[in-house]
Design a protein around this ligand. Sequence first.
Ligand code: VG1
Ligand code: CO
Length: 544
Amino acid sequence: MLNIEEIATHPFDDQKPGTSGLRKKTRVFETNKNYLENFIQSIFDVIDASGKTLVLGGDGRYFNNQAIQVILKMAAANGVSQMLVGQNGILSTPAVSNIIRKYETDGGIILSASHNPGGPDGDFGIKFNIPNGGPAPEIITNAIFEATKDIQFYKIVNIPDVDISQLTTFSIGDMLVNVIDPVTDYVELMRQIFDFDAISALFKSGFKMTYDALNAVTGPYAVEIFENQLGAPRGTVVNSTPLPDFGGKHPDPNLTYAKELVELMNSEDSPDFGAASDGDGDRNMVLGKKFFVNPSDSIAILAANASLVKGYAKGLLGVARSMPTSSALDKVAEKLKIPVYETPTGWKFFGSLMDADMITLCGEESFGAGSNHVREKDGIWSILFWLNILAQKQQSVADIVQNHWRQFGRNYYSRHDYEGIEVDKAQQVMTHLLTLLPSLEGQKIGNYEVLKADEFSYIDPVNGERAEHQGIRVLFKDGSRLIFRLSGTGTQGATLRIYIEKYEPDFVKQNRDSQEALKELIEIAKEISQLQEITCRDRPTVIT
Ligand code: VG1
Ligand code: CO
């Protein structure tokens, strides 16, 4: 028997999980004694960890290993019967989701702040996933938050650190620790869904790709899948070693932070296809030669071409998108005669629709797409989906996207982020908009006429749970939309996101620069929100 210690502790009042778990500056975890322990004990108390089997892994960022040791020792002290932990503490978010489902465990803990930078001055985070493999719903995250407010002590066993660098099984007291290969199960799942032979043949024919893992978790997955199994030449995957500080990179696959890849794809001798993923491997960015695929378009294109892919040849049950995501997907659903659902931002809302067999495929404008193969968005899956379509269609990325627009119309789309605004100023913008809403309806602003203006709320059609205050929407008569939302993943000040969308059915008008096409709507957004007056900012920090 091991000696279980009960260590007295004091609550913190700021451990409320956001859009995607608890996310804070690494410093907050490192310098506040028991900050990590309190949150983990609260999870264990809420789920009654005794006798449970859990998955544990992270994206390898600074503090990952330290946290894993603490969590293993606390799990043993809380009576957990088995932990499946990724070798060297590595597991991508979609890989954890798969392992939870495949081995029918009671859930999992993912250590990551996703696309936020890592290192001592960066961010760290903890996500808790439930037995369906998806992020815990609000009912559970709220219970965890409540538990953090009353915590008195946590339990831990006092032993030296354990070795998780080898694929073995060992015990901590009565708890079994199974160190698993992070990549194998995931590769097997991908093989079931996609035609690896067709994609191999594509690479053999000279098709060139660059995949930038941004020194984050997907490196080992990408090297195994793209280079070892699909035969893409060595060097196809760049920045392939997960590093604690991501080599100083910001592991966010977008036009601003994946700069090297974007420059390469815009150069004269660019590869045919470029792709990247984020810190924990659930996001994806896809590029063709001198061509950026907007994530909202990407989801619509995957849905429209799903019948070309083995795993979805039987058709889609339905699709879903987060509210701010463009309605390009709706046009595809209409043609396929399948339902489309509009959910609040964050992956947890898709899970219950998938569990009820209401949807097969879903996505968000924030570089996230996925399907019911797991209960998380999945970066490498999205990229394999594109490769499978490219192998079947034998067309360039640009041709596929432009043909899609021609058939369905183009939804010009952009997101403007105002990061690091003072919290009360950001709140002031939202409050101002809320009071303005009733007077906006029916108003003509420039060339646009407001049809409806409201605050989005959602009732889960499966379990009836309500989610309120999910963003302000201004809907125009011609189908254009402006959405205003405060981010729930930032760790410094507030981030205000403005989402701008305009539908263009006429294909001769579909090849404009999107910022140009959206110019008037962008001005309207600034004007009605009084953004400049309230925050003194005259331009966004990130445009995607
Ligand atoms: C952002 C995105 C959202 C995404 C969330 C988690 O949230 O907008 O679509 O689900 O990040 O993504 P917010 O609240 O900051 O807008 V991540 O890759 O944790 O993987
Ligand atoms: Co992520």
